[in-house]
Design a protein around this ligand. Structure first.
Ligand code: KIV
Length: 292
């Protein structure tokens, strides 16, 4: 009898989805919007780990490895300290855990703003190290030249305008943008500049609804709203927010589950059983599991 240990890939934690599907492409996402109309809205959620990606993949068109992982995973006060190494590690995990959705990785603060060349060096590293299909960067008109530079050199770019969290130190907080006429005009101008520069889609975060609608009508590429408008061509949420992992979430977030409650309830029950020495042995608990 062979003593070689064989990994059962049908049930292993590393790879519980053995049947790869054909992945969506960035041009397919871009072409969802035709002549200003998006019949099938673009579904995007954030993912930071392989297992999370496995669970979200079949339901999403795009998985975003957002730099919100700074707060969500690392407990940082903002996304400003997030590094390229963090994005590369989590991006690779999400690509490994997905077969269907196109994966977009955020370029962290400081990795692209200095010049188009700096952006190309770091974005190409993200594509090589992770296998992702595209990058996302924050900023409007000021980033247009960089968007063109990357797109013309094989790197699809998703824009991100309105409330841009990496600029928290300039904005002074995370409040909705576009309340003054001047600011609204600036955000609409930013969207047009990114679309003209070749962005394949644009995230519109935290802007008053009429502006999100105006932008969605004005630009040829899909808009993806977060705290913007249901009229955008798609939506994104931070997965942990909509799963109820945190007590405090932005006001616009719909909470679909109370996962924090489930986790702390399970931990409390486990702790009670360990302390009471009623924690069951392997004879009582072992049962082969089928993958979800
Ligand atoms: O970092 C992130 O998760 C994002 C989304 C909120 C759009 O940029």
């Amino acid at each position: 009898m062979s003593t070689t240990f064989q990994l059962d890939t049908a049930t292993s934690r590393a790879n519980p989805t053995p049947a790869p599907m054909k992945r969506l492409t960035i041009p397919a996402i871009r072409q969802r919007k035709k002549d200003g109309v998006t019949e099938e809205p673009v579904v995007m959620l954030t993912a930071y780990t392989a297992r999370q990606a496995q669970l979200l993949d079949a339901h999403c068109d795009l998985l975003l490895v957002g730099d919100s992982l700074g707060q969500v995973i690392y407990g940082l006060p903002s996304s400003v300290p997030v590094t390229l190494d963090m994005m590369a590690a989590h991006g690779a995990a999400v690509v490994r855990g997905s077969y269907h959705a196109a994966v977009v990785v955020d370029m962290p603060f400081g990795s692209y703003e200095a010049s188009p060349e700096q952006a190309f060096t770091n974005a190409s590293r993200l594509l090589k190290d992770t296998g992702c299909a595209a990058v996302k960067l924050e900023g409007g008109e000021a980033m247009a030249q960089t968007v063109t530079f990357l797109s013309q050199r094989g790197i699809p770019v998703m824009g991100h305008i309105g409330l841009t969290p990496q600029a928290v130190n300039v904005l002074g907080g995370y409040n909705a943008r576009g309340r003054s006429e001047a600011e609204a005009a600036k955000i609409v101008g930013d969207a047009r500049a990114l679309a003209d520069a070749g962005a394949f889609a644009i995230v519109i975060e935290g802007v008053v609804e009429p502006i999100a609608i105006e932008i969605t009508r004005a630009v040829a590429c899909p808009t993806i709203g977060i705290g913007a408008s249901a009229q955008c061509d798609g939506q994104v949420l931070v997965t942990e927010d909509m799963l109820g992992m945190f007590e405090r979430v932005p006001r616009f977030v719909k909470i679909y589950e109370n996962i924090a409650g489930v986790i702390s309830g399970a931990a409390a029950q486990y702790a009670e059983e360990v302390r009471a020495r009623t924690f069951p042995g392997i004879e009582q608990t072992y049962q082969p599991r089928s993958p979800k």
